[in-house]
Design a protein around this ligand. Sequence first.
Ligand SMILES: [Zn+2]
Length: 190
Amino acid sequence: MELLAQTCKVLYDKRWLDKMKEFDTLKRHPMIKFDNLYEYFNKVTNFQTNVKNKAQDLVDDDNLFQNLHINIEWLNDDIPFIKKLHMFLKNELLKMTNNTESKWCAATAIITVNSIKGALKGLNLCSRVFKNNVRDMIICVIFAIFSTSDKYQCIFDKISYMECYTCKKLVSNILHMDKLICETCIKTEY
Ligand SMILES: [Zn+2]
């Protein structure tokens, strides 16, 4: 009996450790290296253009939009409109991270789609659900999560790294003076 208990504990610990490892990979975010700011902005602009086009295409499809409209009070992940948006986002994130972080991309796509579902339910509570409203709501949520930095970095800023001209470290908090210099170096030198 005691032996069995010991074996169970070992098994339990192994499962626990495996689970912890899994969480660890999820917790870590991708690091994408860029040589300069131009390269970074190019990639972000490309993402934003794709988001705008996709949101327009989705609302332009009458069947998809009608189905979304009917189900707006209880949006679930099997609704074709939501499904297509989810697949699109996951693919765009894979592109953004050069296909290196599929777990992170999948998890981040889910969080984003959940935010959009919440925003669309909210839209229905306070306004009429028109194609343009839905399109703009989707674009606003995605841009705010990925590409608009305020006091805290947006996701793309957080995962993008460039080499600081002064300290030569790869950093995500680069500021553009005449050269690429990180926030820390700017505080100490200027
Ligand atoms: Zn530096």
